[in-house]
Write a protein that binds this ligand. Structure first.
Ligand code: NAI
Length: 334
């Protein structure tokens, strides 16, 4: 099947070409992000492959449908950026990669926690400059600390397992409690109680209308003074302006982000020669207790290979049976 692959970077191409040796599709790699302006590039392609910052709203989907596209194969787990109702109306099937490596993301969340706590990123920069002072590098023992996990699905569960291994106390919040997390010693509590009682709050819930700005000014005001907040799920779970106020007041003592509300204009590109025009993001970069990575939590060799294989398996199933293996549709998510 002819597949237009949007937002292609070198690593996407390498992993998809390797997996495609088993699938035999005709992959056309396109560097631009999918948007209204770039949708015509997919004209004549029955399938397109998209990533997290590609635009898949009603307008773009209509343009894709007009060009003959019938399948959107996401190479991501999250599908919050797709207008599923519009896709259904237009007869476009949408597929995703529901699970590739929950370990990749959970381990990255832990990497952020450890680095923020012991300020490894700052220590590294200091040592390279010949500064071996310990001032400002004081950390805390994680053992016996309370870690609040918002969303205990695949990633949250792996994260819970790792933090249980550190000897942390676990509290969790999820509309669908998970026995495995309870078996690790976690207590499910209402969100407000989790926020009030946790030394570390980790977000592993999907972006939905209910979770949009889950961490807003009110949530920040409930948190323990000096709390560590880590978000590796989707940027818009956090109201960034409210969190900046929390950092300024000291309520938030540490912030680790792998995702950012307005990341589409920033992440995955080398902008080192350009001026950052996003003042909110620029403000975040000024805090010594903020550590940001550019949506790389998923980025391990195992996860990337698994994403490529599942993405192409979706395309193959659609070609052979008219339905992708891992379909998301407005009907099913309603
Ligand atoms: P999952 O679907 O296995 O688990 C999500 C959990 O969140 C479910 O248990 C669900 O019940 C829960 N949830 C839903 N609404 C909630 C709410 N209001 N409060 C608390 N919990 C709620 O998803 P998985 O695989 O664990 O991924 C979680 C999220 O991580 C994805 O939706 C995606 O946005 C993000 N992600 C980020 C990546 C990165 O590279 N930074 C890579 C992969 C996923």
């Amino acid at each position: 099947m002819k597949v237009a692959v949007f937002s292609t970077h070198a690593h996407d191409r390498a992993s998809l070409e390797e997996a495609n040796a088993r699938h035999g599709h005709e992959l056309v790699f396109l560097e631009p992000r999918l948007a209204v302006e770039t949708a015509p590039l997919a004209s004549g392609f029955p399938a397109i492959c998209a990533f997290v910052n590609d635009r898949l709203d009603a307008e773009v989907l209509a343009a894709l449908a007009a060009g003959g596209t019938r399948l959107v194969a996401l190479r991501s787990a999250g599908f919050n950026h797709v207008d599923l109702a519009a896709a259904l109306n237009l007869g476009i099937a949408v597929a995703r990669v529901p699970a590739y490596s929950p370990h990749a993301v959970a381990e990255h969340a832990v990497a952020l926690i450890l680095a923020l706590n012991r300020r490894t990123h700052r220590a590294h920069a200091r040592v390279r400059e010949g500064n071996f002072s310990l001032d400002g590098l004081l950390g805390f023992d994680l053992v016996h600390r309370t870690v609040g996990i918002v969303g205990t699905g695949k990633i949250g569960t792996v994260f819970a397992r790792i933090m249980a291994g550190f000897g942390c106390r676990l509290v969790a919040h999820d509309p669908h409690p998970n026995d495995e997390v309870v078996a690790l010693g976690a207590r499910y509590v209402p969100l407000d109680e989790l926020l009030a009682g946790s030394d570390v709050v980790a977000l592993h819930a999907p972006l939905t209308p209910e979770t949009h700005h889950l961490i807003d000014a009110r949530a920040v005001s409930l948190m323990k003074p000096g709390v560590m907040l880590v978000n590796t799920s989707r940027g818009a779970l956090v109201d960034t302006v409210a969190v900046i106020e929390g950092l300024k007041s000291g309520r938030i003592g540490y912030l680790g982000l792998d995702v950012y509300e307005e990341e589409a204009d920033l992440f995955f590109e080398d902008l080192s020669q350009e001026v950052i025009r996003d003042d909110v993001f620029a403000r975040l970069l000024t805090f010594p207790n903020v550590l940001i990575t550019g949506h790389q939590a998923f980025f391990t060799a195992e996860a990337v290979a698994s994403i490529a294989e599942t993405t192409l398996a979706n395309v193959t199933a659609f070609e052979q049976h008219g339905r992708p293996v891992h379909e998301v549709s407005a009907e099913r998510t309603a």
